[in-house]
Design a protein around this ligand. Structure first.
Ligand code: CA
Length: 231
């Protein structure tokens, strides 16, 4: 069944455009064009995500988000025309929430919606398509559901990002990832880091899973590009 997205946007033409983009990507949408009716729909309807404009008549998006959050746990992707709003959105302290800045391309919008839905579902445990699944490579085994990593049957502790990097590699053995792509896929839109964040995490991960971290046999450096997992 298609995931349902509520679009709260006061410019009808833009709301219709967003609905079109999302329909093409396979989502079902409904629209509201002001704050109060948006809140009512979000609280009453059966939606999987709210796409929420910041500047809205009646009640702005930040206020709406706060009011919604007080009553319901529903992912909200804020749409802002201004960079400064990003600080306010972060200031809401709603860990799972996210924002996208106008103007954006249809592909960017759909990618954000998709990743936000997936991340939210992961956080809430609502969807675990990999439930109970083990990934393995040599003597390294990873249980996705339990988030356990075993190296020669010895448990090793990884941070969340190290774990995400490792599982990404294990799902794509022998594929070269650029640092940019790793950053996008593991850090998503936490816009605080850069490629050096990736380098640091790869180094720490190597220290935990490589027999000789300075001469790695699993996570190999692809010169000028990034890294590749050698199965
Ligand atoms: Ca607006």
């Amino acid at each position: 069944m298609a995931e349902r997205i509520l679009i709260v946007e006061d410019e009808p033409a833009l709301a219709a455009l967003l609905a079109d983009y999302l329909a093409v990507a396979g989502y079902a949408t409904e629209q509201r064009h002001d704050g109060p009716s948006g809140l009512q729909a979000a609280l009453g309807g059966d939606f999987d995500l709210v796409l929420l404009d910041v500047m809205l008549p009646g009640m702005d998006g930040l206020e709406l988000c706060r009011a919604l959050r007080a009553k319901k746990d529903l992912p909200v992707l804020m749409v802002s025309a201004r960079r400064e709003d990003a600080d306010k959105i972060r200031g809401l302290g709603l860990g799972a929430d996210d924002y996208i800045t106008k103007p954006f391309s249809p592909a960017e919008l759909v990618a954000r919606v998709k990743s936000h839905l997936a991340r939210y579902q992961r956080l809430t445990g609502k969807a675990a398509p990999e439930t109970g699944q083990w990934l393995s490579s040599g003597d390294l085994r990873v249980n996705l559901e339990a988030r356990r990593v075993l190296l020669s049957s010895q448990e090793i502790n990884l941070t969340t990002k190290e774990f995400e990097l490792l599982t990404l590699f294990l799902r794509h053995p022998d594929r070269a990832f650029s640092k940019d792509e790793l950053y996008d896929r593991v850090w998503g839109d936490e816009q605080f880091g850069d490629q050096s964040t990736v380098t640091v995490h790869i180094r720490r991960l190597r220290e935990k899973i490589e027999a000789d971290p300075s001469n790695p046999s699993r996570i190999q450096t692809v010169w000028g590009i990034g890294y590749r997992w050698r199965p």
